[in-house]
Design a protein around this ligand. Structure first.
Ligand code: TIU
Length: 223
């Protein structure tokens, strides 16, 4: 199967590819969560929801592995570096009580994936304490056990958790493709530059494609 992408098309086997949706959580996409406490307009991330739904439907229909990630911490904050908790001047800090429960804490309503992209049984959900989905998680063995070699990545935010995950995945030998319209940032210019960085220099650490190209890859070829 060929996926049109930049800087070059990439051939992939759906049985060895995974759709990885990064941190499509209420804490980042809805008012009152972590993203808003940092001073961001969470509405800027909503453009990615529809394309993520498209990618999710295509991956599920193809029987591809789908993995969801969530950024967050244990209720006792034992896995939250003090340097992360103390950073910046947010209106509320990680662990503080907000309208969706404690900010960025596992088990709280704000930590959940948004209903539009809710995981279904059989789709691993990886809880991650950092920005990258490989750091201090079971993601790598989950992929190795299934002989996955290609990651199709969407989610938020492009230049933070999506970028870090693609960089981590690339260094571990996975071929990583950012699905451009399935990603979003609080800073549109960072989204654009984040994608440009991935595909520059002949695809220095990945490829960039989109949900329409994925649909075309899965479409039956004309007789
Ligand atoms: N603030 C921001 O842009 N992102 C994060 O804190 N985490 C993720 O990207 N998931």
């Amino acid at each position: 199967m060929i996926l049109q992408a930049e800087p070059s098309p990439i051939a992939f086997d759906p049985a060895r590819a995974a759709l990885v949706l990064i941190d499509m959580q209420r804490d980042f996409l809805e008012p009152g969560g972590f993203g808003e406490t940092l001073g961001n307009d969470v509405g800027l991330l909503h453009a990615a929801i529809g394309p993520c739904r498209t990618a999710l439907s295509l991956a599920r229909a193809a029987g591809m592995l789908v993995i969801h990630t969530r950024e967050g911490h244990r209720p006792d904050l034992s896995d939250a570096p003090p340097a992360k908790v103390a950073r910046g001047a947010p209106s509320q800090r990680i662990g503080d009580m907000g309208p969706m429960g404690r900010i960025l804490i596992r088990g709280e309503p704000g930590h959940d994936i948004i209903p539009a992209l809710a995981p279904i049984p059989g789709e691993p959900v990886i809880d991650k304490p950092g920005k990258g989905a490989f750091y201090a998680t079971e993601l790598e063995p989950t992929l190795r056990h299934r002989s996955i070699d290609t990651l199709l990545v969407g989610g938020v935010t492009t230049e933070v958790c999506v970028h870090t995950t693609i960089r981590e995945g690339n260094d571990r030998g996975f071929r990583c493709v950012a699905l451009a319209d399935c990603c979003a940032s609080y800073f549109p210019e960072f989204h654009a530059m984040g994608l440009a960085m991935i595909k520059a220099q002949g695809g220095i650490f990945g490829w960039v494609s989109d949900s329409a190209a994925l649909a075309a890859a899965f479409a039956p070829s004309p007789a």
